[in-house]
Design a protein around this ligand. Structure first.
Ligand code: CTP
Length: 414
């Protein structure tokens, strides 16, 4: 008997079955997700129910099948908002031309499209349609829009279609879909590239240092640059661990994300995630934390002066990792966000932190870098200074990853 690997154990998938002949393959997909230990809920569209019955889906899945947006009993039990929030990933298989069009437009006139609009989770679609529908200008436009919106695609495959034509439009095989689900939820890279076999660790975002249960000290970092770097490393085939402070942007795809609040928790997560080949410290870590955090909300007392906050230093995560005697990542990059004398400060940080490169940027008032989409960076290393033109944060990320993947030693830790 083969070894059963519960690779989706603890993961929750919301499967939306659209109306296409490939709907029968979704029954196999359900079986595959179940075999791998994943739990799921199923939404069957009205058209989907023309191809598979709610009864066959629920007998196979052992779960209730949701079909109606206006069902009083369903909404009372688990409404469309809750359904889409409950999941770790929403999978549409088969994704018909109609469902793709609705998703691209943001239409919501049935349970499936409403759940897709209401979700804050990643969405994976497995398109299935006639080749002419797939290659139609409208579908091409919708697919381009969805890719821009961050929707993930698996397939379609080339092959003979139920209608007798040949070409792209066949739904990907259930096994292939399940593998992609596993990669997305397991934080495995979906691609092969120059960083295949390497483990890249990235810190991103601000840290929040509590004052009392409701107040904290923070900074203006959005996490955009660090998240873009993590995404670029995954695109380049790396296994990526992103340790992120509190941000309002979504987790990048194919990346294992660990969410933390404080600098101390960030350091602990970084140490736990080692070994790594390349470590990029992009987070804007708070330098200080409140020495004794109040257990209860601090109250104003009439006539009394405001409370004095005694601070103490946070650990320097970059310096700690760069200074490791054993198990130090081959390449350690730090960032320097400066408001004046950018290069002078960057050079001194290169020495004090003990990292290999400092990526320096000017975040002074008027640059729009903090929270913005553009960045002008200088790579400062023992070899000298290299200044790049102003680029989008995504372009900076891509160039950094391309640049450093060439420098990394060939043998990886993974
Ligand atoms: N960094 C870190 N841990 C800290 C502080 C900073 O890992 N406690 C890292 C950042 O992620 C960044 C680099 O160190 O890669 C530089 O951070 P920056 O805040 O610019 O430098 P500081 O050392 O805090 O110096 P200063 O605030 O005086 O400019």
């Amino acid at each position: 008997m083969g070894l059963l690997l519960m690779t989706l154990s603890g993961k929750r998938v919301l499967l939306i079955i659209g109306g296409g002949i490939a709907a029968y393959k979704s029954l196999e997909l359900i079986r595959e997700i179940k075999k791998r230990g994943g739990s799921f809920r199923v939404i069957l569209t009205k058209a989907g129910a023309e191809f598979v019955t709610p009864l066959s889906v629920s007998s196979l899945s052992g779960e209730k099948v949701y079909t109606d947006l206006f069902s009083l009993t369903d909404e009372a039990e688990m409404g469309h908002i809750e359904l889409s929030r409950w999941a770790n990933l929403v999978v549409v298989a088969p994704a018909t031309a109609d469902l793709l069009a609705k998703l691209a437009q943001g239409l919501s006139n049935d349970l499936a499209s409403t759940a897709l609009l209401a979700t804050d989770k990643r969405v994976l679609v497995a398109p299935a349609m006639n080749v002419r529908m797939w290659t139609h200008a409208a579908t091409t436009r919708n697919v381009a829009q969805l890719q821009k919106d961050g929707v993930l695609f698996v397939g379609p495959d080339d092959g003979e279609m139920a209608c007798g034509e040949y070409g792209p439009g066949r739904m990907a095989e259930p096994l292939a879909i399940a593998d992609v689900i596993e990669k997305i939820l397991g934080g495995k890279s979906l691609r092969k590239g120059p960083l295949s076999g390497k483990h890249v660790l990235v810190t991103s975002g601000p840290t929040h240092e509590p004052i009392d249960p409701v107040r904290y000290i923070a900074n203006r970092s959005s996490g955009k640059q660090g998240h873009a770097i993590a995404a670029a490393a995954a695109e380049a085939g790396a296994e990526v661990t992103l340790i992120s402070g509190p941000v309002s942007i979504p987790d990048p795809v194919g990346v294992k994300v660990i969410h933390v609040e404080t600098a101390a928790a960030m350091l602990a997560s970084v140490q736990k995630a080692l070994p790594a080949d390349l470590a990029i410290f992009c987070a804007a870590v708070a330098d200080w934390r409140v020495k004794s955090v109040a257990g209860e909300k601090i109250k104003k007392t009439k006539g009394a002066p405001p409370p004095a906050l005694a601070l103490e230093a946070n650990p320097d995560i970059l310096a700690t990792i760069a200074g490791m005697k054993k198990g130090r990542p081959s390449l350690v990059l730090g960032f320097a966000a400066e408001t004046y004398d950018v290069l002078t400060h960057a050079k001194s940080k290169l020495a004090t932190k003990g990292c290999d490169v400092i990526v320096a940027n000017d975040v002074g008032a008027g640059t729009g870098v903090m929270g913005g989409d553009k960045n002008t960076v200088h790579l400062v290393s023992k070899q000298g200074v290299e200044t790049w033109p102003t680029l989008s944060k995504t372009e900076v990320a891509g160039r950094l990853i391309a640049h450093f993947s060439k420098i990394l030693p060939k043998k990886g830790t993974k």
